[in-house]
Design a protein around this ligand. Structure first.
Ligand SMILES: [Zn+2]
Ligand SMILES: [Zn+2]
Length: 255
């Protein structure tokens, strides 16, 4: 047991060294130190750096936050206040931590110091990948991002225009469900394709699910037709609603 912290330290240091190297290239390439302000949008998972005469946009995956009040680090997957779908990508770090017995990676909340944020972000960069990292300080919180790609203002606007405003969860990606699905009843949960929280969706892919009864109707004619569509009365929900319904339906199977 005594070797574990040392083993973790070495692992973390390696990740920090690796990030430092690619981060200096990243900063040189995008000149990220020379913007006066930042703004990030959890709904579209985009970061905007800007000055009077220039701006640049990136897509990001939230890594976590470090509280300067409590000196604790919280991984993004554990943060219930944030709405970024891709925060669940950080569960990959948790899984890795569980496998290696690194509690700093598997626990939701860890005690830390001024290095913890960068160290955790370096490990995220190593495990998840990206083109660079960025940190902003908002009130008492340091917020860390993995930047996955540079995007244009038009692309940001397109992402935002396709979001649905959910009264519970805020602005998020749109998902489609049949009228019978909800978190109260176990109705079965059939999907167009296998999904997971925070997944990347192609241009033509939508999150779509329907209940077991709808599946029966659908199979009668070997696929959707006017009749089964009428039975399903597909409606729009936000993607967080979608996964809450999915999980409450899947829970039922365990009992
Ligand atoms: Zn249905
Ligand atoms: Zn919702």
């Amino acid at each position: 047991m005594i070797f574990r912290p040392l083993k973790y330290k070495k692992f973390a240091q390696k990740a920090v060294d690796k990030l430092q190297e690619s981060q200096s290239e990243f900063r040189a390439k995008y000149d990220t130190d020379n913007y006066a302000s930042w703004f990030y949008n959890q709904s579209s998972e985009t970061l905007r750096l800007y000055s009077d005469d220039k701006e640049i946009y990136f897509r990001y995956i939230p890594v976590g936050t470090f509280s300067l009040n409590t000196n604790t680090w919280m991984w993004a997957w554990a943060n219930e206040d944030s709405i970024e779908p891709r925060k669940f990508r950080t569960l990959k770090i948790k899984e890795f931590g569980e496998k290696k017995n690194y509690e700093n990676l598997s626990n939701a909340l860890i005690d830390g110091d001024k290095y913890t944020g960068w160290e955790s972000t370096a490990i995220a960069f190593d495990i998840i990948g990206g083109i660079g990292t960025y940190r902003v300080i908002s009130d008492h919180l340091e917020v860390y991002f993995l930047l996955t790609e540079q995007i244009t203002k038009e692309q940001v606007e397109k992402i935002e225009s396709e979001l649905i405003e959910c009264s519970t969860h805020g602005k998020l990606r749109t998902a489609f469900i049949c009228q019978h699905l909800n978190t109260e009843n176990k109705t079965g949960f059939e999907e167009a394709f296998e999904t997971y929280r925070g997944m990347e969706l192609g241009e033509d892919d939508d999150l779509q699910a329907w209940c077991a009864e709808c599946e029966k109707e659908r199979l009668k004619d070997d696929g959707w037709n006017d009749e089964s569509m009428e039975f399903a009365k597909i409606k729009l929900v936000c993607e967080r609603c979608y996964f809450e319904i999915k999980e409450s339906n899947l829970d039922a199977k365990k009992h």
